[in-house]
Design a binder for this molecule. Structure first.
Ligand SMILES: Cc1cc2nc3c(=O)[nH]c(=O)nc-3n(C[C@H](O)[C@H](O)[C@H](O)COP(=O)(O)OP(=O)(O)OC[C@H]3O[C@@H](n4cnc5c(N)ncnc54)[C@H](O)[C@@H]3O)c2cc1C
Length: 409
């Protein structure tokens, strides 16, 4: 009789594990998900353009995983961005390289890819069980226990892949509710924290009312002021919200900002409002008398600085800065913006933290729960947006699937 594998969590990691196991033959595979359909977060990821992976050189790609690089490297070495792109093509979905090397499906959305993929999996015999909420408290029991609309369902499996996701956007299914039972079962889990997230800034009521929702374009950001040895400005754009800042330029800095917040209780980013002008040029343009010009007109005429950028300058530096040309030039080229806290985990694109690799075998099996494997965002790694999140979810899903196959054969 064929051995049965249960996959709990029908996101990209769980689905990739399911298909990998099914392709190995000799297994029956059941995928359970608490939600009414599979891949809810994956579909949401496609709303703004599904950034599936990236054209970075392989070495650069791996560095995107920061502190978790060493843990993630073996999985991405086995299932590289190039292999992932080829896998997307095998589903009949074309891809293209967008700005800054990001790779997207031709139609940008996740739905066509997911539809094709689920169809292929159903054809191969994989069974899907939506609306099956697994009781993570039952981790140590021989039977898997689910709540379904029809009542409690118990399922026996020879091995299990848990791909329960992180803790953001709980309404899409990944609630992080598994963390407490895991800790009770002595599985090492690093606290789930918001990553690729917005941050709260102490905006004045006037600033909130007039500038929330506006994009700050053609700027660059650094974790350190311009004259600091570690200063490195990243170009792009970000959004001002009622509560602070968000957007890809901010997301990329979120691990470092989280660390600053945990050490100092406050974090600061430095914004170059006019990255195309050298400091000396700005100094030159703001020196000399203003004559009858208002400050706003002076900055607009001398430097083209106006609108939201001029408002940020007024919001973030004390008034007396404007009367000293050198201080003003430095503020324009390295404007400190204070961040008080992260936005809540539920609003984040992804979560950092999760099941620690120290408690897993190299095949992603929980060391003291033989036959139980973990994959995807529920593992303790972190990466910026840019396709690195999905690449690691697919690669660890595949690795957990291969782990099951080698454990049972
Ligand atoms: C708005 C947004 C945009 C994004 N855009 C991108 C992008 O462009 N590129 C990129 O790389 N990444 C992106 N991401 C991140 C990416 O979507 C996630 O990293 C990825 O979906 C995680 O995959 P996963 O399979 O680990 O978990 P999930 O996709 O979260 O799937 C976990 C599944 O487990 C199920 N589950 C959880 N607990 C239980 C339980 N007890 N019983 C049964 N089922 C359970 C959930 O219902 C869920 O379906 C985006 C995320 C968001 C929110």
């Amino acid at each position: 009789m064929k051995k049965n594998i249960a996959i709990i969590g029908g996101g990209p990691a769980g689905l990739m594990a399911a298909e990998t196991i099914m392709n190995a033959g000799d297994f029956t595979v059941d995928v359970f998900d608490a939600m009414p359909t599979m891949g809810r977060k994956f579909l949401m990821a496609g709303k703004g353009g599904l950034n599936i992976t990236h054209t970075d050189s392989f070495t650069t790609f791996l560095t995107r995983y920061g502190d978790s690089q060493a843990h993630i490297t073996p999985f991405i070495t086995d299932f590289s961005p190039t292999a992932l792109r080829a896998w997307v093509h095998q589903l009949g979905i074309d891809t293209f390289v967008g700005s800054s090397g990001r790779i997207f499906p031709q139609e940008m959305k996740a739905a066509p890819l997911l539809r094709q993929w689920l169809h292929r999996m159903r054809e191969s015999g994989i069974r899907f069980h939506p609306r099956h909420h697994w009781h993570s408290e039952s981790l140590a029991t021989a039977e898997l226990i689910f709540t379904t609309p029809q009542g409690t369902y118990t399922h026996h499996a020879d091995a299990v892949v848990l791909a329960l996701g992180g803790g953001s956007w709980a309404k899409l299914g990944a609630t992080g509710a598994w963390v407490t039972p895991f800790l009770q079962h002595k599985i090492s889990v690093h606290e789930l924290m918001p990553s690729n997230c917005g941050f709260n800034s102490p905006w004045s009521a006037y600033f909130q009312d007039h500038f929330a929702g506006q994009a700050v374009k053609n700027c660059s950001l650094s974790l350190y002021p311009r004259d600091h040895d570690l200063s490195k400005f990243h170009s792009g754009e970000f959004m001002l919200t009622r509560t602070g800042v968000e957007g890809s330029l901010i997301y990329a800095l979120s691990p470092a900002l989280r660390q600053q917040l945990s050490i100092h209780g406050v974090a600061t980013i430095y914004l170059d409002l006019l990255p195309h002008y050298a400091l000396a040029h700005v100094q030159n343009r703001v020196s000399g008398t203003r004559g009858k010009l208002s400050l706003a007109n002076f900055l607009r005429k001398r430097l083209g600085l106006e609108g939201v950028k001029a408002a940020l300058l007024r919001e973030c530096v004390p008034l007396n800065t404007f009367s000293k040309a050198d201080d003003l030039a430095h503020a324009i080229k390295s404007l400190p913006i204070q961040l008080l806290s992260t936005r809540p985990l539920d609003e984040a694109i992804s979560s950092a933290g999760g099941v620690c690799f120290s408690g897993l075998t190299e095949n992603l099996m929980i060391t003291h729960f033989p036959g139980v494997f973990c994959a995807g965002e529920m593992l303790n790694w972190d990466a910026p947006t840019g396709g690195y999140l999905l690449t690691a979810c697919f690669a660890t899903g595949r690795a957990a699937g291969l782990g099951v196959v080698s454990w049972l054969t």
